[in-house]
Design a protein around this ligand. Sequence first.
Ligand code: BTN
Length: 259
Amino acid sequence: MIEDSLSAAAITNGLATRFIGQEVTCYPSLPSTNDVAKHKAQEGAKEGTVILTEEQTAGRGRIGRSWLSPRGSVALSIILYPPLAYLPSLIMVASLAVAYGIEQTTNLKAQLKWPNDVLVNSKKVCGILVESDVRGDKVDYAVIGIGLNVNLKLSEFPQIAPMATSLSQELGREVSRREMVRNLLAQAEKLYLALAAGDSVFKQWRNRLVTLGKKVQVSSGGATYRGTAESVAADGSLLLRQPDDGLLKIVAGDVTLRR
Ligand code: BTN
């Protein structure tokens, strides 16, 4: 059995960050870490505070979907108070932090699928939900929610098994969630601080997207579009080259790769 404690001390002790993960609260079970994080942010929690739980009973995904977070997975939320201009980049920071954290912890190669999925061997291993409260031109708070399948046996979850995987499933052994979380938090801080230095985070994100150059189908706002995923814009939108040669900018949606 590997050492896999998710206590606050196990995460924070010796963590080489300035603020992300310096305050951690761990719960045995929560409906949703994002909901608790939002509440704590409204109460003025310190920047970088992390809410972590062993399991979620009402985990939320994008577009009103639910998110499965049983024991063995990682569900956490990071509280930030970014300038407005950083908001579109938070999804890039989060998905790159997860991808780099996975590679550092396991040596598995991680890929990104627009807009915010992390894949291993072409299957989804992590979902990210960024939520924020903006008043005028000021961000009251932003919460980065990360759900990562670390030690899950997908055969026990047939409802997600066809498209999902876990780190343990891909490696054939369990992974230390503690190491995974610590690496992910350190990567997140490095990337977040790099936002001030310009477009390097965007370029790293764009270069990792497996979606680009592929023929795709995109569902967005009730409509379905087909074409080639040509590029992404700095605000994170997908640029889809359509069969009539028009270029469509898609802000939010779901992508399926076409064969
Ligand atoms: C998705 O792919 O639809 C996004 C899933 C995001 C799940 C995480 S788990 C931690 C945080 N708390 C939630 O309720 N959701 C996010």
